[in-house]
Design a binder for this molecule. Structure first.
Ligand code: GLA
Length: 372
């Protein structure tokens, strides 16, 4: 069979359809190729992916091609976390961060920074003196300020939005007991936002967390945002990570969570979307040889249901970012159990779109409705 159609366009895999420049406009090709995610949701919200170093540095050419064809926003999976960028006192390493930002600029992406303050992937030295004792509040505040000014300042005007504080809440909605809280006290969240705003007054600043769909934690986040707003701190959005499962959260929980933040006047971004299809309570690897069709279809329905919820709140939800590009890249192959085979994203291990991809695209409003 010839791979060269009569119209002279080189046949490209459907999922890289947006690369078929000059072909995509022709009616027949348009009918055959589902639009790319970023095209389907153009004018509704940005659609992004978290990238690993192989994708933005050029080793994973398939992954990079999917990103360029499908997405219009990127988040670094690890490249800008404290441990990567500031591994030792006084030593910053921007090699990966610079490549990440250059990739985003070359491909005209909305570039997100992730993250500035977290309790994970932060070296111990940040909180300790040379004898291993916890440092004073003043010392830690100075370290935090130096870190944020250096990292945000380096990409000023180029990284458009920052996850300033990540996962600061316990499940009960109180502030998480971390060295940040122990040493700095409750106002460390506000301090981090202030330092980020000083370093780049035009960058959007976000608070990012998981399972805010659970009422106690959501109430804590609403309080946190209110306090920041009362202090005049410019918080632009709350990031809902959405590391979801096939049966959690329910659409009603998602709707009420987005509504709760919309009422505060902040935007909502879905920042780390994936859907875990494996049992959490077992070590077994039930789908090592492939996902049964029934589950493939269940995943597609689940994604359609989630996107329907985001679309009901399209005035509030301004970005939906997947945590990874293909199933091969996903952290869920190694969490909560190492070495399992998971299927949480829209593109399979071979880079091909799964039924969930088409299901998501089908939820997109028509062009007329997008322009409403
Ligand atoms: C959290 C973090 C992310 C990432 C994921 C799991 O959600 O915000 O940076 O580490 O966990 O990979």
């Amino acid at each position: 069979m010839s791979s060269r159609p009569r119209n002279g366009c080189r046949a490209l895999p459907v999922f890289l359809g947006a690369l078929a420049i000059g072909c995509a406009q022709r009616p027949r090709a348009a009918a055959l190729n589902p639009p790319a995610l970023r095209t389907a949701f153009h004018g509704v919200f940005l659609v992004g992916a978290a990238l690993n170093a192989a994708q933005f540095s050029g080793q994973d050419t398939l992954g990079a091609a999917i990103v360029k064809a499908q997405f219009n926003s990127i988040t670094p999976e690890n490249a800008l976390k404290w441990a990567s960028v500031h591994p030792r006192p006084g030593t910053y390493d921007f090699a990966a961060g610079d490549r990440y930002v250059a990739f985003g600029e070359q491909n005209r992406m909305f570039i997100v920074g992730h993250n500035l303050v977290w309790h994970n992937q932060t070296p111990r030295w940040v909180f300790e003196d040379s004898a291993g004792r916890l440092v004073s509040r003043d010392t830690l505040l100075a370290r935090l300020r130096d870190h944020i000014r250096t990292v945000v300042g380096r990409y000023r005007g180029r990284i458009k939005g920052w996850d300033v504080v990540n996962e600061a809440l316990e499940d009960d909605g109180t502030l998480r007991r971390t060295p940040w809280l122990t040493i700095l006290g409750e106002d460390y969240v506000a301090a981090a936002f202030r330092f980020a705003h000083e370093a780049d007054p035009d960058a959007e600043l976000y608070y990012n967390d998981y399972e805010l769909e659970r009422a106690p934690k959501r109430r804590g986040a609403v309080e946190l945002v209110r306090r920041l707003q009362d202090e005049g701190i410019p918080i632009a959005a709350v990031g809902l990570q959405n590391h979801d499962r096939l049966d959690w959260p329910s659409p009603a929980q998602e709707d009420s969570t987005i509504d709760a933040f919309a009422r505060l006047g902040v935007r909502v971004m879905i920042t780390e979307l994936d859907v875990d299809v494996l049992p959490h309570t077992s070590e077994s690897n039930p789908f090592g040889d492939g996902l049964p069709d029934s589950l493939q279809q269940a995943l597609a329905r689940r994604y359609a249901e989630l996107f329907a919820s985001y679309l009901r709140h399209r005035e509030t939800v301004t970005r939906v970012t997947f945590w990874g590009v293909t199933d091969r890249d996903s952290w869920l192959n190694n969490w909560p159990v190492r070495g399992r085979t998971n299927y949480p994203l829209l593109f399979g291990r071979d880079g091909r779109p799964k039924p969930a991809f088409a299901a998501v695209v089908r939820t997109a409003p028509t062009r007329e409705r997008r322009d409403d």
